[in-house]
Design a protein around this ligand. Structure first.
Ligand SMILES: *Cc1c(COP(=O)(O)O)cnc(C)c1O
Length: 380
């Protein structure tokens, strides 16, 4: 084997010798989960076979699969009349399947546009709608506001009798978040990718949530789809099997060979989330952690400017700018040298973005807030 290219040397500020990883996703995972996975790669539960090598129809994997679903319900407080589906592919896969499942010919689905990911959902939705003889209505045009906020109550233009309303509760790129569940009479579908189980869900107001794993739930390449059973019963029954949420639910998330490692990793993440106290506790922690960074922004006399309006700031993705793009770049580079990685803003938003999902340690936010104050002090 040839040696991997050497990483740029930097301080390793954490007790375990790793860096603070502010990546937007795939993102850092909790140390105990990673240690367990290391072990399970080699020998899963004394079977003499690693997790990636077990048959997905064998009894060892039967337990792994069943436990991942059970712990998902426990960790996320998922009601009994909802299905838990662990599906291959990321959130964008679910965005593509959504209209095929739930948008009948002649009907309209509403999509408020609040950032890159809803824009993608809309463009995918339109392609599907064209095939289905249905329509996508953009219920809010956030691009006009440069995505600095989400719609306020009553601000969306909603279609009467819409098949569903699709929204993204936390906008990963611009760092905005709906402070409360949008008000609608349409069945409500949420892209929860960057906030999954990091905030309590008002189950009675939703019919479906989906999201990729790699932000708050662990591995990439697998998504969590939660869907209310009565709503699922209304899905298009004529779809190719792999596109059908109902088929995945009936097949207990293993219609074909599932991403077995990902399912196990998510199962361990659900246990970790439950041990932290679930979504309520993780939301409190997120308010505290993001508050450290927002305080550093707000007390900088305008050196740092937040991208989002204050009332809808994200607790997961803290986006801000320095006075010039050159300073943004210098900030990111100097932070990296101190062991704070992944702070470059999304290519479409620019600036700096600190993604601090559930597993991100509070000490990392303390360190970044201190660095922000130091940097502003010696630069402005
Ligand atoms: C990351 C992200 C996606 C894309 O997820 P993939 O797993 O890469 O398909 C979609 N929506 C939101 C809100 C995201 O944060």
């Amino acid at each position: 084997m040839t040696a991997a290219p050497a990483m740029t040397s930097c301080t390793r500020p954490t007790p375990s010798g790793r860096v603070y990883n502010f990546s937007a996703g795939p993102a850092g995972m909790p140390e105990p989960v990673l240690r367990q996975l290391q072990e399970d790669l080699w020998d899963l539960r004394g079977s003499g076979i690693g997790i990636m090598e077990h048959s997905h129809r064998g009894t060892v994997y039967d337990a792994i699969n069943a436990e991942a679903h059970e712990w998902c319900r426990k960790a996320g407080r998922v009601p009994a009349d909802w299905e838990v589906i662990l599906m291959p592919g990321g959130a964008t896969v679910q965005q593509a399947y959504l209209p095929f499942n739930f948008l009948p010919a002649g009907r309209t689905a509403d999509y408020p546009d609040t950032g890159i990911w809803t824009t993608k959902a809309i463009s995918e939705g339109r392609k599907a709608a064209a095939m289905l003889g249905a329509h996508i209505h953009v219920a809010f045009e956030g691009s006009r506001l440069k995505y600095t906020r989400v719609p306020k109550d009553g601000e969306m233009s909603q279609t009467p009798n819409a098949a569903y309303l699709h929204y993204c509760s936390n906008n990963t790129v611009f760092g905005t978040r709906y402070p409360t569940t949008p008000v609608t009479t349409a069945p409500l579908v949420c892209d929860a990718s960057s906030e999954y189980f990091a905030r309590p869900v008002d189950w009675s107001r939703h019919v479906m949530l989906y999201g990729g794993g790699q932000k708050n739930l662990g591995p990439s390449g697998i998504s969590l789809v939660l869907v209310q059973k009565d709503f699922l019963a209304t899905a298009n029954p004529a779809l190719p099997t792999m596109m059908s949420f109902a088929a995945h639910a009936a097949g207990e998330s293993r219609l074909n060979t599932p991403p077995t490692f990902g399912v196990h990793a998510m199962g361990l993440m659900f246990r970790w989330i439950a041990a932290q106290g679930g979504p309520e506790a993780l939301e409190r922690a997120a308010i505290d952690k993001s508050g450290l960074l927002y305080d550093a922004i707000d007390s900088s006399n305008g050196f740092y400017t937040g991208l989002a309006e204050r009332w809808c700031r994200s607790f997961m993705n803290v986006s801000f700018r320095l006075p010039t793009p050159e300073l943004d770049a210098r900030f990111v580079k100097e932070a990296a040298a101190q062991g704070m990685d992944g702070l470059t803003g999304h290519r479409d938003a620019g600036g700096v973005r600190a993604s601090i999902y559930s597993a991100f340690p509070r000490e990392g936010c303390v360190a970044l807030a201190q660095f922000m104050r130091d940097f502003a002090g010696r630069t402005s």
